[in-house]
Design a protein around this ligand. Structure first.
Ligand code: TRP
Length: 359
């Protein structure tokens, strides 16, 4: 991390603490936009890292919009065959986790034409060099391996700016690594406001809300991800959860201690149990004592299963009713279309591209 990035992180962390207290006193001032690519069922890392936080914001009275970012899926994949199923999985995970469709708008990129049209004026406000420098794009391009960088992948932070600005969201919950892409959204908002100079700025400059969630590793000690097969999916049943945990990587020491630096795998399991049972990892370690890794794994399975039990029960019901899930999405799409149409109309007006006759 460069010094500049570190400074921006420290600023964002300080500001986030301030924002958190403003959320408590005046939640109605905030509109949050965030979302996920529909690439499969969500896992425990998603839940503890972002999903529970969104539910918290919703329950605090903040207006939340969630984009099912289906157009982002094709930035680095050739096939769309899995998208319909993945969208249903995502919707079931959201609602099971406590996202309330009466309060939170869930919509899909592909269903909101005016949102996507914002990409054109926004693209004129960024340089190609700027896009190539974007750390998120660089990371994604590396993750995509040797494949050629698609134009959509290069420009996806601009598309993401359209996701955020179409609804004039002013708050975006992010992890530390995503600060740079939000910076680009802020630049686009600022440049648009300057160039097409309305007396009052059209777009807010959305602020990052840094999440306090600690980084969870997968069961092999690597980054938790569905494709690596090292994650516990929310939809997994209790037996599978226990089986996955039995295979988790640990070390040979019988005395269980929380030492993230020296014992990353054991400490990660302790953290997982701690987060699921609202305790400290050190306390969990004490409970296991010198009973070794298998006792630790059994205890973690218990904590995870207990925490997820109500969610999984709701999820099973929801998954059995795809029509309901699609109705929820259709209703969210309608809300998002109204917002996007209104914003695009304002954009056209400021850009002198309103050609319909008056009267
Ligand atoms: N890129 C996000 C992901 O990795 C999903 C996403 C799309 C998003 N548009 C967004 C997140 C706008 C925050 C803001 O799943």
């Amino acid at each position: 991390m460069t010094n500049v990035e570190h400074q921006s992180y420290l600023r964002a962390a300080a500001r986030s603490a301030q924002l958190e207290s403003e959320i408590v006193t005046s939640p109605g001032r905030f509109r949050v936009l965030t979302g996920d690519r529909p690439t499969g069922a969500l896992h425990l890392g998603h839940y503890l890292g972002t999903l529970a936080n969104r539910v918290r914001l919703q329950d605090a009275g903040v207006e939340v919009l969630l984009v099912v970012a289906d157009y982002q899926v094709i930035a680095d994949r050739d096939t769309v065959d899995d998208i319909p199923q993945s969208v249903l999985e995502l919707l079931a995970d959201y609602l099971a986790a406590g996202i309330d469709p009466d309060r939170t708008t869930v919509f899909a990129h592909s269903a909101v034409p005016a949102l996507n049209q914002l990409l054109l004026p926004f693209l004129s406000l960024v340089s190609v060099a700027e896009l190539h420098r974007n750390p998120t794009v660089k990371a994604e391009a590396e993750a995509a391996g040797h494949r050629a960088l698609s134009g959509l992948l290069l420009t996806y932070p601009v598309h993401q700016a359209a996701d955020i600005l179409f609804c004039k969201a002013n708050l975006v919950p992010v992890g530390r690594d995503q600060l740079p892409h939000l910076e680009l959204t802020r630049s686009i908002a600022r440049r648009f406001n300057q160039r097409y100079g309305a007396a009052t700025p059209l777009f807010p400059e959305p602020e990052p809300l840094l999440s306090a969630a600690p980084l969870l590793l997968g069961l092999d000690g690597q980054k938790m991800s569905k494709s690596r097969g090292n994650a516990i999916a929310l939809r997994d049943d209790e037996d599978r959860t226990a089986a996955l945990l039995r295979q988790a990587r640990t070390d040979g020491e019988r005395q269980i201690t929380y030492e993230p630096g020296r014992r990353p795998e054991v400490s990660n399991l302790l953290l997982l149990a701690a987060l699921c049972s609202d305790r400290l990892p050190e306390q969990v370690a004490q409970d296991v004592g010198d009973r070794g890794a298998s006792a630790l794994k059994a205890l973690v399975a218990e904590a995870v299963n207990e925490r997820l039990r109500p969610l999984r029960r709701r999820r099973a019901e929801l998954a059995a009713d795809p029509k309901f899930l699609l109705d929820v999405l259709a209703a969210g799409n309608a809300v998002a279309n109204d917002l996007a149409d209104a914003t695009l109309q304002q954009v056209r007006r400021l850009m002198h591209m309103e050609y319909q006759t008056v009267g």
